[in-house]
Write a protein of this length. Structure first.
Length: 343
């Protein structure tokens, strides 16, 4: 795709960090939504490597992980002929704008409200200043491209709201430059929970691999994780987030992967509780066995595509993506500098 001003379509921007393994939560909360948006909007999808280094990364692995994230975008169905894919560190305007926002409009009071920073260990001495400042870099990512909508999972909503606040504050104090973006969150799938603990989200930094289904997990391993996933008391398949959070989470995954609605699932498994249970999978046996199969089928197809791209192909896509977004980012940065009197 060429970013094209004549053929104006709303602009969508989002990104994923090349840190840790990407999992089903990333796919269902973000990537699947991106794929649906690429036909309607001017989509820009970034691999946010400068965000990844807010926590220590193994230098030898980081380069490979950046390319792997692009392969995951492609396997999910992002089409470089329709959407731009690029690497954050290739466009220096991101860090420049982040610094400017830090000084001009971001305030400690804003940053101290960020719940993700608090969760990630705001008290620890080893925590980097970058991790604290990460939402400002994210705001810079979004605001550079006159973004209309930012499709993310639930955990990033507060950060997109900060981007809105910073844009509005800058426009008010220095003059109009930034478009104020909207957040786009799916009704279902915005917060996929951990398989080992339905009170915590599925996360790439989880302590145990039983928490998540990695998009690169061997299909049989993933199926086993589903069969061993924590469930709730009772044996009925019922979508009830409050009383049956584990089953509600598994039903969400099932529904998104197969297109079956909650009511259909409830009906399909009505009365198939203990009588069908296998010793190894417990009282929700039939349901879990079918979900395990659905996950396996999804991963086999996904990974076939994932492995079909070469490193050179991916590097070409990133280079072409940077070429397309650079002028847009530089134009915004120029306007910002003019407003500050430092152009
Ligand atoms: P990251 O890399 O942690 O996650 C990528 C995307 O996956 C979503 N996600 C989930 N969705 C549903 N259930 C889950 N358990 C789950 N876990 C993760 C995230 O919400 C996200 O949409 N700061 C961002 C990356 C970023 C960005 C940006 C996003 C940097 N700049 C600009 C949008 C716009 C992050 O760390 O996402």
């Amino acid at each position: 795709m060429e970013l094209n001003k004549q053929n104006y379509k709303p602009i969508v921007f989002s990104g994923v960090q090349p840190s840790g393994v990407l999992h089903l939560g990333n796919y269902l909360g973000a990537l699947e939504q991106w794929v649906q948006m690429q036909d309607k909007y001017n989509c820009i999808f970034c691999v946010v490597d400068y965000h990844a280094i807010t926590v220590k990364q193994e230098p030898k692995e980081l380069g490979r992980r950046i390319l792997d994230v692009v392969k995951i975008y492609l396997a999910a169905g992002i089409n470089p002929a329709k959407a731009v894919i690029f690497q954050q560190s290739n466009i220096t305007a991101h860090t420049e704008l982040a610094w400017i926002l830090n000084c001009a409009v971001a305030r400690l009071a804003d940053m101290n409200k960020m719940t993700q920073f608090k969760e990630k260990g705001g008290e620890k001495e080893s925590v980097s200043v970058g991790l604290y400042d990460y939402p400002v870099l994210m705001a810079a990512d979004i605001l550079l491209y006159n973004t209309d909508a930012v499709p993310v999972g639930d955990d990033q909503v507060q950060h997109v709201e900060l981007a809105r606040t910073l844009a509005q504050r800058f426009n008010r104090e220095y003059g109009q430059v930034f478009k104020v973006p909207e957040v786009a969150v799916r009704k279902q799938g915005a917060r996929i929970m951990g398989l080992d603990d339905p009170s915590k989200k599925m996360s790439k930094s989880a302590n145990s691999a039983a928490n998540y289904i990695a998009l690169t997990d061997a299909p049989e391993v993933a199926a086993k994780k589903i069969r061993r996933a924590v469930t709730d008391s009772g044996s009925e398949i019922k979508y009830d987030v409050k009383n049956k959070p584990a089953i509600a989470n598994l039903m969400t995954i099932y529904s998104l992967l197969t297109g079956l609605g909650f009511k259909e699932l409830e009906k399909k498994y009505q009365g198939k509780g203990p009588a069908y249970a296998e010793a190894s999978v417990g009282k929700y046996g039939e349901f879990k066995k079918d979900l395990a199969e659905a996950v396996k089928k999804f991963l086999i197809k996904f990974q076939l595509k994932y492995h079909s791209y070469s490193g050179d192909e991916v590097k070409r896509i990133l280079k072409d993506g940077a070429r397309q977004v650079r002028p847009v980012a530089e134009e915004t940065l120029k306007k910002v500098k003019e407003k500050l009197g430092i152009n």
